[in-house]
Design a protein around this ligand. Structure first.
Ligand code: ATP
Ligand code: MG
Length: 380
């Protein structure tokens, strides 16, 4: 055996050093292409990431790793040309594994020149799907957190204002009541009646604001969502109008939830009225109760947990993506003045979060809207 043939001397031989290095790497696909993109070498990283063994790929064109539409559009050849012209081609893109699944690849292609002649390319590919997914998850949590902080800040601001208004309106209503007892004139009584109705409407709005700011004192009690909804079935159908059918899909034997009954009824009514307004030409509203495994959007740390859920779904006009982050804010409305005060979903939001739950919104413009209120099951 000569010196260089002994395994431990392999580290002193430059070409074997390189082969050892490339063949030890499993996190990166490192391989060589000829001028036309035909694969000439392969490493264990390539096999791990793309699924093919060396025998399966050597001698075939590297365009097989691209999505069919990219390959058809000539992306692989363009990348080689860029590498040759600019000295390097760096990029990220979706590629296909042997089993047909897709992965996001970070790719570097370097041209190999020998004596001024292009003889092929060195290609390094890394699977960055996981990194990309982790980044997307992080962005989602950051977004939810920001949204939660924004709602918290608006809530605090609203709360002070709503308290003052509530007190003022209480005084106005009481005084009007007292005046109406003394006034015998029928025209004046009518005016007082109108003023009372307006003040009561004002008090109602400020109560909605208080719920949003979590300033409303709730009286939670253990409730069966399905049973409570059965009691308001008639009211909900009447509020939806004749053109709309309200379908109830209420599951029996659900775990109880600890919520304020009046607030729950107000929340469902708000949701049903919104759905009604989104379907001026009629349609269907589905009111559903069930248990779903859902994840609190702000506490990514928590695993998805079973929640007792109340869903109101319609096939109305939907909410444009740009509005979706804002609909729970107080005073956000797209309805004409006098038609909407923008407090319905704020009440829904305040009530649900104050009850330990969270709302989930999904909507597609032109197709419909689904709002799910998720509550923790009540454990006595
Ligand atoms: N089911 C739905 N379909 C389409 N858009 C909706 C739906 N629910 C809510 N929205 C949109 O969200 C906005 C805010 O709703 P929210 O209930 O808070 O206020 P509002 O209905 O406008 O007024 P209010 O409920 O105080 O009378 C609505 O103006 C509407 O643009
Ligand atoms: Mg509303």
């Amino acid at each position: 055996m000569t010196q260089l043939q002994r395994p431990k001397d392999a580290l002193n031989d430059e070409s074997r050093q390189l082969a050892l290095l490339v063949n030890s790497v499993t996190d990166y696909a490192i391989y060589m292409l000829d001028k036309d993109g035909v694969i000439r070498t392969w490493n264990p990283g390539g096999q791990r990431i793309k699924g093919y063994s060396a025998a399966e790929v050597i001698g075939t064109n590297f365009s097989r790793f691209y999505l069919p539409e990219d390959a058809a559009a000539g992306v692989p050849q363009r990348n080689l040309r860029t590498a040759a012209l600019e000295g390097r081609c760096i990029g990220e893109g979706w590629r296909v594994r042997q089993d047909g699944t897709r992965f996001l690849a970070s790719v570097v292609i370097d041209p190999i020149w020998v004596d001024g002649e292009l003889i092929g390319y060195a290609k390094v590919t890394r699977d960055i799907t996981e990194r990309q997914e982790a980044q997307e998850r992080l962005q989602k949590v950051q977004h939810s957190l920001l949204q939660a902080q924004k709602m918290e800040a608006i809530g605090k601001l609203t709360l002070g204002l709503a308290h003052d208004f509530n007190n003022l309106l209480t005084i106005i209503v009481n005084c009007l009541d007292l005046i109406s007892l003394r006034v015998k004139d029928s025209a004046a009584s009518k005016l007082i009646e109108t003023a009372l109705r307006a003040a009561e409407r004002g008090a109602f709005l400020s109560r909605q604001l208080l719920t949003f700011g979590r300033g409303q004192k709730l009286s939670p009690e253990p409730l069966d969502l399905s049973r409570t909804l059965r009691d308001s079935q008639e009211l909900l159908q009447r509020s939806a109008g004749d053109q709309i059918s309200v379908v109830f899909d209420l599951h029996d034997d659900l775990p109880l939830v600890l919520v304020d009954k009046a607030q729950l009824e107000a929340a469902v009514l708000n949701l049903v009225c919104n759905s009604r307004d989104a379907m001026p030409n009629g349609g269907t509203i589905t009111v559903k109760t069930n248990v779903q495994v859902t994840q609190d959007p702000v506490s990514e740390a928590h695993q998805p947990l079973p929640h007792v859920c109340l869903t109101v779904e319609d096939d109305g006009e939907g909410i444009p993506a740009a509005h979706q982050a804002r609909v729970f804010e107080p005073f956000f409305t797209t309805k004409p003045v006098g038609r909407g005060s923008g407090l319905g979903l704020s009440q829904v939001f305040g009530f649900t979060t104050q009850s330990g739950g969270f709302p989930m919104l999904s909507s597609i413009s032109g197709e419909g809207t689904r709002i799910v209120l998720c509550f923790p099951a009540y454990e006595p």
